[in-house]
Write a protein that binds this ligand. Structure first.
Ligand SMILES: Cc1cc2nc3c(=O)[nH]c(=O)nc-3n(C[C@H](O)[C@H](O)[C@H](O)COP(=O)(O)O)c2cc1C
Length: 214
């Protein structure tokens, strides 16, 4: 696939085939490709914790309980209440959520999310707590590279804050030290053909956010 086609083909997959694991060599190849992401002064201050198999099943069970019990979320770094975002961003978020609700997918999405989207693999991306903010660009680059490297191999993905909402569970199950803070989780797997996965987000036109001058 041409690279520009690949960029357009990638989309958030929110319901994976739980019976179809992603081979470990594919997950390793995705991480290896993504390691070519640029980082500030090439510091590569990122860690990737990949959970599959029994450890992921334990996390899934504990997350489902936390979602069901409305457990208090730990926001991690960089989360700011949406009411403080720009008017434009709030409008786009509302439109995005309305379009999903109008398609009758709001509840289905929440149900799948509480099961970690039924993913057979989840990668948790962390950076050191002491300088989390200045590594945010780097970890974002790594995140996107991982999803594109996955798409190139026919593997679907969704980046999700909800995957890192309960860090204590992840620290316990994966042995992640307190010195690391969670940026985002990425669920990986093979896409199930269903309305939730057929839903597509839109984008504002480039002229609405980019300025070209000569
Ligand atoms: C940092 C970040 C956090 C996200 N958190 C969630 C989440 O918790 N749940 C979810 O379903 N999608 C989540 N998403 C996916 C976005 O909703 C999605 O990328 C956006 O709507 C654009 O759609 P697309 O990925 O299909 O192009 C997140 C994306 C990013 C980059």
């Amino acid at each position: 696939m041409e690279f520009s086609e690949l960029i357009r083909a990638r989309h958030s997959v929110r319901y994976f085939d739980e019976k179809k694991p992603v081979p470990e060599e594919t997950l390793r190849a995705i991480v290896q490709d993504a390691s070519r992401a640029p980082s500030c002064m090439n510091a590569q201050e990122w860690r990737v914790w990949v959970a599959t198999g029994e450890v992921l099943e334990r996390i899934r069970r504990r997350y489902a309980e936390s979602f069901a019990g409305n457990a208090k979320a730990d926001p991690g770094f960089g989360t700011v209440p949406i009411r403080l975002w720009s008017e434009g961003a709030q409008r786009r978020i509302a439109a995005f959520q309305k379009s999903r609700a109008d398609a009758g997918l709001a509840e289905v999405k929440l149900a799948s999310q509480s099961q970690l989207f039924h993913a057979p693999a989840v990668a948790y991306l962390t950076v050191p707590k002491v300088h989390a903010e200045c590594t945010a660009f780097d970890i974002g680059g790594l995140e996107v590279m991982m999803m594109l490297a996955a798409a190139d191999r026919g593997v679907g993905s969704v980046p999700a804050y909800n995957l890192v909402k309960f860090p204590d569970i992840l620290r316990e199950e994966l042995g992640i030290p307190e010195t690391e803070v969670f940026a985002v989780g990425i669920a990986f797997g093979y896409e199930v053909d269903c309305p939730l996965n057929r839903f597509r987000s839109t984008r504002m036109p480039p002229d609405d956010f980019a300025v070209f001058r000569k």
